[in-house]
Design a protein around this ligand. Sequence first.
Ligand code: SF4
Length: 409
Amino acid sequence: MALNACELEIDLFCRGLRVPDHVPLDGVRGISRTRAGLGSGLEIVIPTRSWIKPEIWMNAPVVEAFARQSPYELQWSGADGYAVRDSRGGARYPVRLPPEPAWYRRLTSLDVPMSRVGVLQGTYLGIYINPVCAFWNYDPPLNCGFCTTGANVGCAESSTKTVEDVIETCRAAREESGATFVHFNGGFQGSRGLRAAEPYVRAVKERVGMLVGVQLTPEKDFSAYDRLIDLGVDHFSFCLEFLDPDWFARVCPGKARMLGQDLYLEAMDYCASRLPRGAVSGEIIAGLEPIDSTLAAIERIASVGAFPTVCVFRPTVGSDMAGWPPPAYEDMRRVLLAVYDACRRHRVPIGLAPNIEVSLVVNPDDAALLAPLGAATLAFELWRRALRLAARPVFARRLRPRKISGPTL
Ligand code: SF4
């Protein structure tokens, strides 16, 4: 039986996609091995034929060993464009491959290729702003088992990004690709990470006008979050990864030893209390810890008005967990349906901001396609639609460059 677009997205995350050599990929976005390495697949857009969400963006795994055994194959014909074919029953799903932006090949005024500063992951711009996460510097290393930041930052992307490089890249992404959101992330930098993000946030708000998200390891001094909120940060995300303490310690030894799960949850709760509902997220990796723990994490995150972002575990090439198996589709479908269900029950307004499609995860509003279209779903979808309309002028204001009061660092 044919899958709907979100089911196909989940199955592609779990099984990967084969791309035969004869399929032309000229002009489409190439594989970008940056940041933690999750964007190492092929960016594709799946039309949904649903009024709830017209299309779904995803980064399909193509280079991992499991993807070579995938039943899914990318096809191309001059008349019909691209499609994904499932060799198990012959189902064929038309897809679109987004073009590589022209600015990827341009240099900043400091002669840095813009694609080494930031990359589009879906429709948003992702920029890793820190030096390499300090967990990689310990002996033995304390890096997370699924991560390849230590191999990517300084190789596939610049190890340090000046504010000027970041601004010019943001401006190009905003003007030429229509990006509305820049996501600054980074790894562990002790208690200096949040402070180091401030000049980037200020410069984007004052000189470009984009929505800004920050994803850094949590810090004990919550006034650092207050300062970033005063500078105009629109979104914080917290990579809790696992609720089960044993899995957290096993896969994320640095986070467990230097920070602890409680700090992730407390920082998330604090930011959720300071920002509008739906402005904060908690990130979870699904497919490793027991499903019941993942479901409990989803409930915990949504209960404070934050939204869960669930990353289907990808055994990324070059990571310590490269040889691990990907999760099963049925389990991931259950988890993603729970994300949507938790957002609905806790009235977390997902998908309000304009043009933010994250290709590395199954977006909570993608998962609307998994829910039965009964009265509860319909009521939530109509509520979301009304909020989206009401929020338009708010986002239009936040997307304009504006002077930020307070001292410049
Ligand atoms: S905290 Fe973990 S996932 Fe994040 S950059 Fe460091 S090692 Fe990678």
